[in-house]
Ligand binder design. Structure first.
Ligand SMILES: [Zn+2]
Length: 447
C-alpha cells in the first residue's frame, strides 16, 4: 500500500546521507574515462552492489568511438619565482578536462590563449572540457588572471592520454516481471556538486530503497559518463533496451529551484503522465517541459532509433543557472533538503508506475450500498474522509477495465495515492477486481 508520508519521512532521513555521499565524491577528479570515474564507481559500490564494466578504447559504438583513457596526476603554472599561480591541487577545475600533456616555459602572451575565465563572474573558475579535440588549457578566476604579470611561466600538465577503457557502473534489481525501469545518471564531472553528484546520490538512495522490496518491474541503474557512456551502453545493449518500459535521467537534483520534469520524445508516455501527476501534487511551482534534443542522456535514450520512454527529473533548468559548469556549483549550492525532496519525487513516481493498473467493478448496476458495508464509517471522522468518499465514488464509476488508476486520478483531480487506497479498500470488500497485466515479456534476465 502506498504511504506517502512514510516515503517522505524516509526521504528526509536519506537527505543527509545523500549530501554526505556528494561531499565524499566531490573532491575526485572525474572525466569521461580514467581513474577518477573508477574510484567514484568503487565508492558507490560500497553502498549498492554495482557491477563495474570496462569497454576498450577504440570500440566502435554507433557513429562514435570509445576514446583513449585520460588520467591526470598534477598540473600547474609557475611564475619565475617558482610559485604556483595556477594549481590543480587546489581545484581540479583548473585543468581543461582531457588536456594533452604539456611541460614547457612560455610567456604570458603565449600562455594566454590557453587560459579560460568568466569575466562576468570574476571569482568563479569555469569548467571546460576538450574530449575530442587534442589541446590543453587551464581555467581560473578572472580576478586571478588579471593578477598575472608579464613573466616567464613554467607550464605543466602531468597527464596521460592512452589506450585504456571507458568505465561505467550498472546495477540490475530483478522484479516480478522482466519489464524494466531505467534510472540513469552521469559520473563524468569533476568537482561539481549539483551537476551531477546530486543525481548520483539520489540514484544510489533510490537503488537502496528498491533493493529492500522487489517490485513488479525490474530496475536497471546506470552510472555512466555523459553522452559517450549512454551511447556505449545502448550500442552494447540494443536487445536489453527493448525491455525498458519507463525511464528517468536524474540530473541536477540538489539545488534550491523547484523540481522540473522534461518529457520523453514521445511526450505522452506513461512516465510523462506519471511524473506530471506526481510533481503537480508535490507543489504548484514544479515545472513540466517538453522534450528537446538538448540536455543530458535523454538525448541518446530518446534518439529516433530507440525512442525510449525516458524523461528527465531535474531542478534548476539545465545550463541556464549562473553556477552551471563553474566552481560555484559546490557543496554550498546543494542541500540535504533538496536532495530529500528529489528522492521523494522519484519514489512517488516509481510507486505510481508500480501500482498503476486497471480494475473492474463487480457491482456496476447502480452504486453499491456503501453504508451497509461499513465503508462510510470506515472513513468517517478523518480529515480526508470527504476525499476518500470521492475517491471511492470515482473508482466505482470508472472501474470498467478501460480507465487506469492514473486516468481516474487525473479525471477526478485527486492524488493517485487516494485513488489507489480507495481501490484497495473496494477490492477488500469484494466490490472491485484488479485486472492482471497481460503485457509481460518473458522471464527476468539475470544480468
Ligand atoms: Zn554538465
Amino acid at each position: 500500500m502506498l504511504a506517502s508520508t512514510k516515503l517522505e519521512r524516509r526521504a528526509q532521513d536519506s537527505g543527509q546521507q545523500m549530501y554526505d555521499l556528494v561531499s565524499e565524491l566531490y573532491p575526485i577528479c572525474r572525466s569521461i574515462t580514467g581513474n577518477g570515474v573508477r574510484e567514484t564507481l568503487r565508492r558507490i559500490a560500497r553502498n549498492i552492489p554495482l557491477q563495474i564494466r570496462e569497454v576498450t578504447s577504440g570500440t566502435r559504438v554507433f557513429d562514435w568511438t570509445v576514446p583513449r583513457e585520460w588520467n591526470i596526476r598534477d598540473a600547474w603554472v609557475k611564475d619565475s619565482s617558482g610559485a604556483r599561480v595556477i594549481d590543480f591541487q587546489r581545484s581540479n577545475l583548473h585543468v581543461v578536462s582531457y588536456s594533452v600533456p604539456v611541460h614547457r616555459k612560455m610567456t604570458l602572451s603565449e600562455l594566454r590563449p590557453h587560459l579560460h575565465t568568466l569575466p562576468d563572474r570574476p571569482d568563479w573558475i569555469p569548467y571546460r572540457t576538450s574530449y575530442y579535440q587534442q589541446t590543453w588549457g587551464f581555467c581560473l578566476a578572472h580576478r586571478d588572471l588579471e593578477r598575472l604579470r608579464d613573466d616567464e611561466y613554467e607550464v605543466c600538465i602531468d597527464a596521460t592520454l592512452e589506450d585504456g577503457y571507458l568505465s561505467y557502473g550498472e546495477l540490475f534489481i530483478p522484479g516480478h516481471t522482466s519489464e524494466e525501469v531505467l534510472i540513469s545518471c552521469h559520473v563524468c564531472h569533476p568537482s561539481l556538486a549539483n551537476d551531477n553528484l546530486s543525481g548520483v546520490a539520489v540514484a544510489v538512495a533510490l537503488a537502496q530503497a528498491l533493493q529492500e522490496t522487489p517490485g513488479r518491474y525490474s530496475y536497471r541503474f546506470l552510472f555512466i559518463p555523459g553522452t559517450i557512456g549512454a551511447i556505449t551502453w545502448l550500442a552494447l545493449n540494443e536487445r536489453l533496451a527493448n525491455r525498458i518500459r519507463h525511464g528517468l535521467v536524474l540530473a541536477g537534483l540538489g539545488d534550491g529551484a523547484p523540481l522540473s520534469y522534461k518529457k520523453s520524445r514521445r511526450g505522452d508516455a506513461e512516465i510523462d503522465r506519471v511524473a506530471q501527476h506526481v510533481l503537480r501534487h508535490i507543489s504548484e511551482s514544479t515545472v513540466i517541459k517538453d522534450f528537446s534534443p538538448y540536455g543530458y542522456d535523454e538525448r541518446q535514450f530518446c534518439s529516433p532509433g530507440f525512442n525510449l520512454p525516458v524523461g528527465r527529473l531535474s531542478r534548476a533548468p539545465h545550463g541556464e543557472f549562473p553556477e552551471y559548469h563553474t566552481s560555484a556549483d559546490n557543496l554550498d549550492f546543494v542541500s540535504a533538503a533538496s536532495l530529500a525532496e528529489s528522492l521523494f519525487a522519484c519514489r512517488q513516481i516509481l510507486e505510481v508506475l508500480e501500482e498503476n493498473g486497471y480494475y473492474i467493478s463487480l457491482n456496476p448496476n447502480c452504486e453499491p450500498q456503501l453504508g451497509k458495508r461499513g465503508l462510510y464509517t470506515a472513513i468517517g471522522g478523518s480529515v480526508d474522509s470527504g476525499k476518500c468518499e470521492m475517491a471511492m465514488l470515482w473508482m466505482l464509476n470508472l472501474a470498467d477495465g478501460r480507465h487506469s488508476l492514473l486516468d481516474i486520478a487525473e479525471r477526478s483531480g485527486l492524488r493517485f495515492q487516494s485513488i489507489f487506497e480507495a481501490a484497495s479498500l473496494l477490492v477488500s470488500h469484494g466490490l472491485l477486481q484488479k485486472e492482471l497485466p497481460s503485457n509481460d515479456i518473458g522471464p527476468v534476465p539475470q544480468v
